[in-house]
Ligand binder design. Structure first.
Ligand code: HEM
Length: 459
C-alpha cells in the first residue's frame, strides 16, 4: 500500500514538474515589453534559421528601415529630390473644391489648370538626370545617398504626387473617371520604375503602404494631406480615416511577432508556449480591431464627406498598353492591409487577393511573409487525438472567430459610406475603380457579395 502511494506521489510530482518546466524553460520569451525587444527576439529566431522569423526580419530590416510600422524620413533627402515634396505641398490647397462642380467643362478647366501648374513647377525645379542618377545608385546598393527610411518617405511623396496629378481635382469627377490613359510629367515617371523594383510591385498607382503607411514622419505627423483648405469636418474625418491604417500596423507588430513565436515554439515541440503565444495573438487582435470599431462610424468619420473628399484621391482606374494589351490599375483598398493578409495566411486560409493584385499592390517582402505564414500554418500540423493540439486548435478557433466578427462588422459598417450621394461622379471605390452594374444598388450588391463570400470563407 505504502509503495503504491509513494509511486503515485512520485508520478504526480513528475507530471507537475514536467508541465511547470514547460512554462518556465527559457526557450522562447512570452512577454516582450517593447517593439525593440520583440524585433530582437524575432531576429534571434531568424539567426537560428527559422523561415517565418527570417521573412519578418527581412521585412522589418529592409522595408521598415529597422522598425515596424516602417520608418519614413520625409526631410533628409538629397537636394535634387526635395522639390517633389515642396511642389505637392505648394499645390495641394488648389486640389479640393467645395462644392464640386457638376459641369464637365468647369471641371476640365480646373483639372487642366492644376496639371499645367504641376508640370511647370516640376520642369522648373527637377533635374531628371540627377534624379535618375540617385535612383540607380540606390538600386546598385548605395544606400548612403538615400537611406531606407528616406526611400520610404520619397516613395510616399512620388506616389501621392502621381495620385494628385491623376485626379487633378477633388472630389473625383466624371471627366476624370472617363480617362483611360494619362501622360504623366516625365519627372513623375522617372523615379517610379526604380521605386517599383525596390518594393517589388508593378502598379502605376500607389498602394496602402506607399500612400498611407509611409505618410507619417517619425514623430507620428501625417505629411501629405489632401483637403487642406476644406472644412474642419472634412479635415478631421480625413485625418481619422488615414491614421487608422498606421495605428493598425503599430498594433499589428506584436501580432506578427506572436504568430512567428507560435510557429517556432510548435516546431520545437513546445506546445504550451505555442498556446501562450496564440493567446497573445488573440489579446492583441482584440485591441487592434478596436481601432476599426471605434473609428468607422459617423461621429469619427463623417459619412457625408468620406466618399467625395477622402476616398477618391486614393483611387486610380487608368492604365496603359503593355505588350499590345491594355492594362488598367486600381487604387487603394483595405484589402492591401498586411495584418489581415498575414492572419489569413497564418490560419491557412486562401488569399483574398488574386496573384495579379498581389504583384501589383503588395510589396514583395509583405508577400513573402504571408507565403511563409501560409506554408507553416499550424492548422495543417494538428494531430487528431493529441490533447495539446486540441488546445491549440481551440486558440486558433478564437482567432478565426474574431476575424469573422470583424468581417461581419466591416460589411455592415462600410455600406452607409458607399451609399452616400456623389452626383459629381460615377459609382467607384478606390480599390475597384468605376464599379460594374447599371445602378448604384447593383454595384453595391457586387461589393457586398465579395465581403459576404470572404466572411463565409473565414472558417
Ligand atoms: C469607410 C470605410 C471603408 C469602406 C467604405 C470599405 C469598403 C470596402 C469594400 C467595398 C471592400 C470589398 C472590395 C475590396 O476588396 O476592395 C473592402 C474590403 C476590405 N476592407 Fe474595407 N472599407 C473601409 C474601411 C476599412 C478599414 C478601416 C479596414 C481595416 C481595418 C478595412 C479592411 C478591409 C479588408 C481587410 C478588406 C478585404 C476583405 C476582407 O479581408 O474581409 N476596410 N472594404
Amino acid at each position: 500500500m505504502l509503495v503504491t502511494i509513494f509511486f503515485l506521489i512520485t508520478f504526480a510530482l513528475g507530471v507537475a514538474g514536467f508541465y511547470a518546466w514547460q512554462y518556465i524553460r527559457p526557450s522562447i520569451p512570452f512577454v516582450e515589453e517593447t517593439s525593440k525587444d520583440r524585433i530582437q527576439a524575432i531576429k534571434r529566431l531568424s539567426i537560428g534559421g527559422h523561415e517565418v522569423a527570417s521573412a519578418l526580419t527581412e521585412l522589418i530590416e529592409k522595408d521598415g528601415a529597422g522598425e515596424w510600422p516602417p520608418r519614413s524620413d520625409h526631410d533628409n533627402w538629397p537636394q535634387a529630390l526635395r522639390p517633389y515634396k515642396d511642389i505637392y505641398l505648394e499645390l495641394i490647397p488648389l486640389l479640393s473644391a467645395a462644392p464640386p462642380s457638376l459641369d464637365d467643362a468647369v471641371n476640365t478647366v480646373r483639372r487642366e489648370k492644376y496639371r499645367a501648374l504641376m508640370r511647370k513647377l516640376l520642369t522648373e525645379r527637377i533635374n531628371i538626370a540627377v534624379v535618375e542618377a540617385i535612383m540607380s545608385s540606390v538600386e546598385a546598393g548605395n544606400l548612403s545617398v538615400l537611406p531606407r527610411d528616406a526611400i520610404n518617405g520619397f516613395y510616399c511623396c512620388v506616389a501621392v504626387c502621381r495620385h494628385a496629378y491623376r485626379w487633378a481635382t477633388i472630389p473625383v469627377v466624371k471627366v476624370a473617371q472617363l480617362e483611360t490613359v494619362i501622360d504623366f510629367p516625365p519627372e513623375l515617371d522617372a523615379p517610379w520604375p526604380y521605386l517599383q523594383r525596390y518594393f517589388g510591385v508593378t502598379a502605376e498607382s500607389g498602394n496602402n503602404t506607399a500612400n498611407v503607411v509611409h505618410n507619417f514622419d517619425p514623430n507620428g505627423n501625417r505629411v501629405y494631406k489632401i483637403n487642406v483648405g476644406m472644412s474642419e469636418l472634412i479635415r478631421s474625418s480625413e485625418e481619422t480615416f488615414f491614421r487608422m491604417f498606421y495605428d493598425l500596423e503599430v498594433l499589428a507588430l506584436p501580432i506578427y511577432c506572436s504568430m512567428v513565436q507560435a510557429v517556432a515554439s510548435y516546431d520545437s515541440n513546445d506546445k504550451l508556449s505555442t498556446i501562450k503565444h496564440l493567446e497573445a495573438v488573440s489579446t492583441h487582435l482584440r485591441e487592434l480591431l478596436l481601432v476599426f470599431y471605434e473609428n468607422v462610424h459617423e461621429r469619427r468619420i463623417s459619412q457625408s464627406v468620406w466618399l467625395s473628399y477622402i476616398q477618391g484621391f486614393q483611387g486610380w482606374g487608368v492604365g496603359r498598353m503593355i505588350d499590345g494589351e491594355f492594362v488598367k490599375y486600381d487604387g487603394l483598398s483595405g484589402n492591401h492591409v498586411l495584418l489581415f493578409q498575414a492572419i489569413d495566411a497564418f490560419l491557412g486560409l486562401d488569399r483574398y487577393l488574386t496573384d495579379e493584385a498581389m504583384d501589383r499592390y503588395i510589396p514583395y517582402n509583405q508577400r513573402e511573409l504571408c507565403l511563409s505564414f501560409k506554408k507553416h500554418s499550424l492548422r495543417n500540423k494538428m494531430k487528431e487525438g493529441d490533447r495539446a493540439d486540441a488546445r491549440i486548435e481551440e486558440e486558433l478557433g478564437k482567432i478565426v472567430k474574431q476575424m469573422r466578427v470583424f468581417r461581419a462588422a466591416h460589411r455592415t459598417r462600410v455600406m452607409p459610406y458607399l451609399e452616400q450621394p456623389a452626383p459629381e461622379r460615377l459609382p467607384m471605390t478606390a480599390g475597384k475603380s468605376v464599379l460594374k452594374g447599371d445602378t448604384l444598388n447593383e454595384a453595391l450588391k457586387l461589393l457586398d457579395d465579395m465581403m459576404a463570400t470572404r466572411l463565409r470563407e473565414t472558417v
